[in-house]
Design a protein around this ligand. Structure first.
Ligand code: 5GP
Ligand code: MG
Length: 449
């Protein structure tokens, strides 16, 4: 997953970048980093940990200059090496550059093998390093042409921000799978960030989304970024950003994420009207199930209750590498509101079921706390296929919906009934105005080599 940010033309560049990363912490909690540029030198600070831990006053003082790029890294099971933290910087013929990347390159291994055959050496496991090599090897004089040449060999879902000693280059892949928006800072200069929730914290005005296939160039002496359409766009924004990933207050492709989630809940309620279940309350799995549960409650007229309390000192649970740790984390994170649910029938809503860990635990916990019935509703379709476009879903075997039918899953999680959102209703809830990327649900891997 990950979050990226670029700040250009502001004397507090690194500070603003760190604030933006702080507001996008939900996109990655494993490592974070910022590179600033000042007087022809690039300064980088990166480490594992949270934004608030890594960017101390000392770190921010070290990161001088009026331009900065930053990154939050999302963990993948196992590969939590600090060498894989971003930005990645390198010295090459034209000087120095630093890169941040959000997404996933599907031809990473082929390109890397080719580069290795030609004698390249790699420091990390990251696909980001491929682009650095391609840029360094290019025979073009200007960096923009080198980037273009490198990108011609780069296939996948990506948003890159490349910083030289005096410029910033922002690129979004031609499908626009991962979100990326442009804003203007009220205190001067520009911001580019994965999510618009970053703009509010740094006092920036939203200008527009970066276009699919577009390169923006920020350079000294220009009032506005230069825009070059590098690739023919074929817009396929990721539906999972709306389902789970993005923060509810963010706006992607003109749509407020919270509203789309509320619509997903409404659609589940409409569907249940055909064959109603008798329940006393709608209970969200916090936090990710809250907007959908509010939508469900509004549509059905059933009261919304906080039947599950979340401990906010536990982060996102999904990322723990082993099943025992995931079970324990769910238990530490979520507790039942006994007095509220004892003897009651509940309609419980979460945004998604991936492995089935969370839902199984929750049903068990609620029943142990006295719930008479637990009807589980999922505000997304069944996740049957791994995502290769930047969301770290597990292998196909670990995806419960790839192995079991709905009824089998219902039995496995010990719910009284189980329903998912249909793919049609998901599209409808987001707005049905773009050809959304739905590969986790329908297996349509549209990015081809
Ligand atoms: P499960 O427990 O079924 O494996 O995962 C479902 C839970 O994980 C849901 O509560 C959902 O909010 C959350 N979730 C779904 N996708 C992701 C993801 O890509 N990353 C993280 N951190 N959590 C996820
Ligand atoms: Mg959740």
């Amino acid at each position: 997953m990950c979050a990226i940010v670029g700040i250009y033309g502001n004397e507090n560049a690194a500070r603003l970048a760190s604030l933006a990363l702080f507001s996008m912490q939900h996109r990655g909690q494993e490592a974070t980093g910022i590179s600033s540029s000042c007087d022809g030198k690039i300064y980088t600070k990166k480490d594992s940990g949270l934004v608030s831990e890594v960017f101390t006053e000392d770190a921010l003082t070290y990161l001088k200059g009026n331009m900065a790029i930053g990154h939050n890294r999302y963990s993948t099971a196992g590969g939590e090496s600090i060498f894989d933290a971003q930005p990645v910087s390198a010295k090459y013929k034209l000087g120095e550059m630093s890169i941040v990347h959000n997404g996933n390159l599907i031809n990473k291994n082929e390109v890397r093998q080719e580069l290795i055959e030609e004698g390249a050496i790699f420091q990390t496991e990251m696909d980001t390093e491929n682009l650095i090599h391609l840029i360094a090897k290019s025979s073009h004089e200007r960096l923009r042409d080198r980037i273009k040449e490198g990108l011609n060999k780069t296939i996948g879902a990506y948003c890159f921000i490349i910083q030289s000693r005096s410029k910033q280059f922002v690129i979004r892949d031609r499908y626009g799978i991962r979100p990326l928006s442009l804003g203007k800072l009220k205190t001067g200069g520009y911001i580019v960030a994965s999510e618009t929730c970053a703009f509010d914290l740094v006092d920036a005005e939203f200008i527009r989304d970066v276009k699919p296939g577009e390169m923006l160039i920020f350079a000294d002496g220009y009032d506005e970024p230069e825009s070059i359409q590098l690739f023919e766009p074929e817009y396929r924004p990721c539906a999972f950003e709306y389902v789970y990933f993005a923060r509810p207050d963010s706006v992607i492709n003109g749509k407020n994420v919270y509203r789309t989630r509320e619509n997903m809940g409404r659609a589940l309620a409409k569907n249940d009207k055909k064959d109603p279940v008798k329940v006393d309350m709608v209970v969200p799995v916090p936090d990710s199930g809250v907007p959908a549960a509010l939508g469900y409650a509004a549509e059905s007229g059933i009261p919304f209750e906080y039947g599950i309390i979340r401990n906010h000192y536990v982060g996102r649970t999904f990322i723990e590498p082993t099943q025992e740790m995931r079970n324990m984390k769910v238990k530490m994170k979520l507790s039942p509101m006994r007095s509220l649910i004892d003897g009651k029938s509940l309609l419980v809503i979460d945004d998604s079921i991936v492995r089935g860990t969370t839902s199984k635990r929750i049903v068990k916990m609620l029943k142990e706390a006295g719930a008479k019935e637990v009807h589980f509703r999922v505000a997304s379709p069944e996740i049957k296929f791994p995502c290769y476009y930047g969301i770290d879903t597990p292998n196909q075997e670990e995806l419960i919906s790839s192995r079991m039918t709905k009824d089998e899953i219902c039995e496995y999680i010990e719910a009284d009934t189980l329903e998912y959102l249909s793919i049609e209703d998901l599209k409808e809830s987001i707005g049905n105005d773009a050809n959304y990327a739905l590969e986790s649900f329908d297996g349509d891997y549209f990015v081809t080599k």
